[in-house]
Design a binder for this molecule. Structure first.
Ligand SMILES: NC(=O)C1=CN([C@@H]2O[C@H](COP(=O)(O)OP(=O)(O)OC[C@H]3O[C@@H](n4cnc5c(N)ncnc54)[C@H](O)[C@@H]3O)[C@@H](O)[C@H]2O)C=CC1
Ligand SMILES: O=C(O)[C@@H]1CCC=N1
Length: 275
């Protein structure tokens, strides 16, 4: 990524996570541009990260080697069309993080033949513990693939997809995934407080347990089912909790929830791609 300049179009939640993670990894703030229409957010981005901000998308991409489209799926078509003539001249690789929006639609809006990489990151990128899947179109050179991968690797784990259709499943698992774990943490914190713990104690015990479980699962040679069984003493306390989860249909609920997220990614692609 040496000497590369990156422009973010849209400086919202996901862009902030990526920018914060990149800077924490040593990427120079003076090689990051952010185009953001909201003046308050621009001020905040500039004050927090020291990046160059602008209200003009075209200004942001002028000297960029990589352009991250970090706007909502509903506005990506307008942004792509607006930037198309300029991107055709600069040859920058376009990196879209928009859920559901297909490479074929992006390529049509940008003008066929431009390098486009679809990526699905997640917000823990802010603390360099992101999980990102990437898919590149055939117009993307090896160097441009490597730029997209290096950007995302700076903020966490990366994996390439050969089949773009898998991107909706990725969105359901890791793109949206942090929210599921946050929900579980919210519920555990509340339950701990209801059982009589001080709120802060319940919070800290919950968060450290989540961190410990994820770290252990990543580092252990055992699969997660085995690790779960190791906590579950026969006739003990965990068994009662796990039984309550199973009786409540947790596994089916998780399947339904992830299917609903993947279906929404698909329908966003249908709705917004056919414009
Ligand atoms: N939030 C998340 O956890 C994740 C989000 N994504 C994707 O990232 C994209 C952005 O999502 P968020 O950051 O959550 O949304 P957000 O609403 O926080 O950020 C979008 C930003 O784009 C700005 N914007 C609106 N119109 C614009 C325009 N015409 N030109 C430039 N900027 C414009 C908005 O002012 C806003 O700051 C979406 O496409 C979403 O699917 C992907 C993975 C995870
Ligand atoms: O909720 C959403 O649509 C975006 C995509 C993945 C996470 N947030």
């Amino acid at each position: 990524m040496e000497n590369k300049t990156i422009a973010f179009i849209g400086g919202g939640n996901m862009a902030r996570s990526l920018i914060g993670g990149l800077i924490a990894d040593g990427f120079p703030a003076d090689r990051i541009r952010v185009a953001e229409p909201d003046p308050e957010q621009r001020g905040n981005l500039s004050a927090t990260f020291g990046v160059r901000v602008t209200g003009d998308n075209r200004d942001a991409v002028a000297d960029a080697d990589g352009v991250v489209l970090a706007v909502k799926p509903q506005v990506i078509r307008d942004v792509a069309t607006e930037l198309a003539p300029q991107l055709a001249r600069t040859g920058a690789v376009v990196i879209s993080i928009a859920a559901g929006i297909r490479e074929s639609d992006l390529s049509r809006w940008l003008g066929d033949g431009l390098p486009v990489v679809r990526v699905m990151p997640n917000t823990p990128s802010l603390v360099q513990t992101g999980a990102t899947a990437l898919y590149a179109n055939t117009a993307t050179s090896t160097e441009q693939r490597s730029l997209a991968e290096s950007l995302m690797r700076a903020v966490g784990l990366t994996c390439w997809l050969d089949d773009e259709n898998q991107m909706n499943a990725v969105t359901a698992v890791s793109g949206s995934g942090p929210a599921y774990f946050f929900l579980l943490m919210e519920s555990m914190e509340q339950a701990g407080a209801d059982l009589g713990l001080p709120r802060e104690t319940a919070r800290l015990l919950t968060l450290q347990t989540a961190l410990g479980a994820a770290k252990m699962a990543l580092e252990s040679a055992e699969d997660v089912a085995t690790l779960r069984r190791q906590v579950t003493s026969p006739g003990g306390t965990t068994e009662q909790a796990i039984q309550a989860f199973e009786d409540g249909g947790l596994r089916e609920l998780v399947e339904q929830a992830l299917k609903a997220a993947a279906d929404r990614a698909e329908s966003l692609g249908d709705e917004l791609g056919n414009q």
